[in-house]
Ligand binder design. Structure first.
Ligand code: GDP
Ligand code: MN
Length: 378
C-alpha cells in the first residue's frame, strides 16, 4: 500500500527526521489559509501515488497566499499519469544547495533491507540506475543489528559528504529511516530529494513510503491511511472480495487458484504467444461468490477478449467454482470465449454444472493456454 507524501512525511517526522511543516488541503481556499499561516514563499505539491510530479507540473512555488490559491486551482483536478489530483501539500518553500537521494528497500535477493544513497538526488532513482549506476552507493542492513552507524557514515562518505555536521545528520537520518522501515513494516522508504539547505542543514523535501500489505493487520493506524481514490477500482474491489489481483496489459484474463499456479498459468500463456491481462488468485477454498466477483473484475477490463480458468481443486472444490462461473455468467453483460480447465476435488460434478454453459473445456494446462491464445486472437 502506497502512502501519500504528506502521510509519509508525518511518519518520518515522528522518527526525528527533519521535514517541512505545512499541511494537506483539498480546496484552493484551504491552500490560501495554509499559505497565510506559513507566511512567505510556499510550495504547493500534488498528492498522487506517482513520482515525477514536478515534471508533470504538479509542483509549483508561490510567493503570496493569493498566488498559492491560484496555483492550487491549476493543480487540483489535474491529471498526472492517469490519476486525478484531489489533495495538495502546502509547505514552506525551501532554498537549497544540493539534492541527495536516500532510500531503503527490501531486497529479496540478499533478504535484507538495502540502503541506497546517491549524490544525484531529485531525479528518479531508476533513471540514475540506468544512466549513472556508479553514482548509487548501496549498503545492506544486518537483520539482527540493523543499520549500523559506520554503515550510515559509509553511505554519507560514498556520496561525497565531507562536512562532519552533515555526515552526522545524514547518519542520524539513515538510522531513523531504518527504524521507520522496520517498525512500520514497509517495503520501501525513500527521501528524494534530501536537501542540503543554504544554512548547511539537511532536510527531507519529498518522502515516499510503501507498506507491506501482508503486515497491515499489525498497524491499524497505518491501514486507515489508505486512499482508495488513488487505487485502480478493480484492485479495490478485488481486495474487498479477498482476491489477489494485479492488472497487466494483455488480453487474456486469467482466473486461477493459488499464487504459484497463477504464475505458472501466466508463464504458459506467454509460452504459447499470448499476453495475460492480469494476475489473479482466488485463493484456497473459494466459494461461488468469490469466483463470480473474480470473473466480473476480469471482464470489466475492455481489453480482455478471452478468459482462461485454471483451477486445481484441493481445498477448493471444482463444483463450487463451476457454480460461481454459472452465477457470474448470468450477471455479466459481456461474453467472451472462456476456456476452462478444472481438475481435482469434485471435478466431474463441476464439469456437469458447466456442460450447458458454452465454455471451451481443456484437459491440460498446455491445452487450455493454447486454446485461450487462439481465441484471444479472434
Ligand atoms: P517528485 O517529482 O514527484 O518526486 O516530487 P518532489 O517533491 O521530489 O519535487 C520535485 C522537485 O521539485 C524537487 O527535486 C525540487 O527541485 C522541487 N521542489 C520541491 N519542493 C521544493 C521547495 O520547497 N523548494 C524548491 N526550491 N524546490 C522544490
Ligand atoms: Mn521526489
Amino acid at each position: 500500500m502506497k502512502l501519500h507524501e504528506y502521510q509519509a512525511r508525518d511518519i518520518l517526522a515522528r522518527y526525528g527526521i527533519p521535514v517541512t511543516g505545512g499541511g494537506m488541503a483539498t480546496t484552493p481556499e484551504e491552500v490560501r489559509r495554509l499559505a497565510e499561516e506559513i507566511g512567505g514563499r510556499v510550495v504547493v505539491k500534488a498528492q498522487v501515488h506517482v513520482g515525477g510530479r514536478g515534471k508533470a507540473g504538479g509542483i509549483k512555488l508561490a510567493d503570496t497566499p493569493a498566488q498559492a490559491e491560484e496555483v492550487a486551482r491549476q493543480i487540483l483536478g489535474m491529471d498526472i499519469k492517469g490519476l486525478t489530483v484531489e489533495k495538495v501539500l502546502v509547505a514552506e518553500a525551501i532554498t537549497y544547495q544540493k539534492e541527495i537521494y536516500l532510500g531503503a528497500i527490501l531486497d529479496r535477493g540478499s533478504k535484507r533491507i538495502v540502503f541506497m544513497a546517491s549524490s544525484e538526488g531529485g531525479i528518479e532513482i531508476e533513471e540514475v540506475a540506468k544512466t549513472k549506476p556508479e553514482a548509487i552507493i548501496k549498503v545492506a542492513a544486518d537483520p539482527m543489528l540493523g543499520l549500523l552507524d559506520f554503515q550510515a557514515r559509509q553511505l554519507a562518505f560514498g556520496i561525497g559528504l565531507k562536512d562532519s555536521r552533515q555526515v552526522r545528520q545524514f547518519a542520524q537520518i539513515a538510522v531513523a529511516l531504518y527504524q521507520t522501515f522496520v517498525q512500520s513494516d514497509a517495503s520501501l522508504v525513500e527521501i528524494n530529494p534530501l536537501v542540503i539547505k543554504e544554512d548547511g542543514n539537511l532536510l527531507a523535501l519529498d518522502s515516499k513510503i510503501v507498506l507491506d500489505d501482508s503486515a497491515l493487520f499489525r498497524h491499524p493506524d497505518l491501514a486507515q491511511l489508505r486512499d482508495i481514490s488513488e487505487e485502480p477500482p478493480a484492485e479495490t474491489r478485488a481486495r474487498e472480495a479477498g482476491i489477489t489481483f494485479i492488472k497487466l496489459d494483455g488480453n487474456i484474463g486469467c482466473m486461477v487458484n493459488g499464487a504459484g499456479l497463477a504464475m505458472a498459468t501466466m508463464d504458459v500463456v506467454k509460452l504459447y504467444g499470448g499476453e495475460p491481462a492480469n494476475f489473479l488468485d482466488i485463493g484456497g477454498g473459494a466459494g461461488a461468490d468469490k469466483v463470480a466477483a473474480a470473473l466480473d473484475i476480469i471482464l470489466d477490463d475492455p481489453k480482455v477478449n478471452a478468459v482462461m480458468v485454471n483451477i486445481f481443486g484441493g481445498i477448493t472444490r471444482c463444483d463450487e467454482v463451476a457454480r460461481g462461473i454459472v452465477t457470474a455468467l448470468g450477471q455479466v453483460q459481456r461474453r467472451v470465449p472462456m476456456v476452462v480447465r478444472l481438475v481435482g476435488t469434485n471435478e466431474e460434478e463441476g464439469r456437469r454444472i458447466l456442460a450447458d454453459a458454452k465454455l471451451v473445456p481443456a484437459a491440460t494446462l498446455a491445452e487450455a493456454a493454447q486454446k485461450a491464445v487462439e481465441l484471444a486472437q479472434g
